[in-house]
Design a protein around this ligand. Structure first.
Ligand SMILES: Cc1cc2nc3c(=O)[nH]c(=O)nc-3n(C[C@H](O)[C@H](O)[C@H](O)COP(=O)(O)OP(=O)(O)OC[C@H]3O[C@@H](n4cnc5c(N)ncnc54)[C@H](O)[C@@H]3O)c2cc1C
Length: 303
């Protein structure tokens, strides 16, 4: 008996057309002209999807030649970051002096060839739980400037995009990311495991906002989107002596780590008969990892 194996083409399906616009508005026009076209920035996520057969775009709109989104500018105490900024660029010292948390995340985002090509806009649009910039943007309460047809611009909190409260509409592009310049310590820490090259199993971003006497924290990779432990943030901010050394007793720092971890990875609800349920060992381990990252992040931010 013979079996017939269907022929599976090995070469990835090549898109029929590639547009290379020179401005954000030209890119939006190119998407409007070919509604099935897919935007591509560094291509690190998109080409992985094409190569594995998960995506077969009929046309591409390349964003790599749009100079206006490859740098940043200052605006009212904020930085307006171009969506085309690469992780490698954000990892450099001049950027780190401005937004240290984002620079720290960019430095850990995959191997060098990925950091050279992968962009901030692509990281947000992909919205992977392991996206390293995402908890930092959540902690910074960053917003995204979305470019649409006819030169339209609208501003959306990054957290709304990631939670699906608001979505990118057809033909829209992420143009810029607006981030407050806080001039205070920011920390990003990430634990990695066997989830792929350098991908986070858990990450914590923590920023101090002395102007508002606030500590803002976001936990990445443990849920589909970064989680903000708001009560833990408010509790610890209330213990910090903002006018003097900002010192805290070690017990408070440890308790903050536990508070953050329990908020992001809560205990299971009791069973119907009232008996206490335990988290599976792997989840308990993840919770301990988050607690350690949050504790260390706060300790470093205050040191
Ligand atoms: C081996 C490997 C390791 C990786 N490791 C990490 C890691 O450790 N940490 C991490 O965070 N990421 C990691 N990544 C994921 C990836 O590199 C990042 O998410 C990167 O930032 C994606 O950016 P890009 O420019 O390559 O996006 P692309 O691949 O060009 O696009 C990704 C998606 O975003 C859309 N898009 C891109 N730009 C825009 C825009 N301006 N407006 C609207 N939509 C847009 C595209 O249509 C596509 O759907 C890894 C990837 C690989 C292949």
């Amino acid at each position: 008996m013979t079996t017939h194996t269907p022929h599976v083409p090995h070469a990835p399906h090549a898109p029929q057309a590639v547009a290379l616009p020179a401005s954000l508005d030209e890119a939006v026009d190119a998407l409007a002209a070919t509604p099935t076209a897919v935007p591509v920035a560094g291509g690190t996520d998109l080409m992985a999807a094409v190569n594995s057969g998960r995506l077969r775009p009929s046309a591409l709109v390349g964003l790599g030649r749009i100079a206006e989104i490859r740098g940043w500018q200052y605006q009212d105490g904020h930085a307006l970051l171009g969506a085309g900024l690469t992780h490698a660029r954000m990892g450099r010292p001049d950027f780190a002096a401005l937004i240290p948390g984002l620079a720290a995340a960019a430095r850990t985002a995959g191997p060098p060839q990925i950091r050279n090509a992968g962009t901030l806009g692509g990281n947000i649009a992909s919205a992977a739980p392991t996206g390293d910039s995402l908890p930092v943007l959540a902690a910074l309460e960053a917003t995204v400037i979305v470019a649409g047809p006819g030169g339209a611009r609208r501003e959306v909190p990054v957290s709304h995009l990631l939670a699906g409260v608001e979505m990118l509409r057809g033909g829209e592009l992420i143009g810029y990311v607006r981030v407050p310049l806080l001039h205070a310590p920011q920390v990003f820490l990430k634990a990695t495991g066997r989830t792929g090259p350098g991908r986070a199993t858990a990450s914590v971003a923590l920023v101090l906002d002395p102007g508002r006497r606030a500590v803002r924290c976001a936990v990445g990779a443990v849920a589909p989107m970064p989680l903000r432990p708001l009560e833990a943030e408010q509790w610890i901010a209330g213990l910090i002596d903002w006018d003097n050394s900002r010192a805290l007793v070690p017990d408070a720092v440890t308790a903050f780590g536990d508070y953050v971890a329990a908020a992001c990875i809560p205990d299971p609800a009791p069973a119907a008969d009232g008996s206490v349920q335990k988290l599976p060992p792997a989840v308990q381990h993840l919770r301990r990892t988050v607690a350690a990252l949050a504790r260390r992040a706060l300790g470093r931010a205050l040191s």
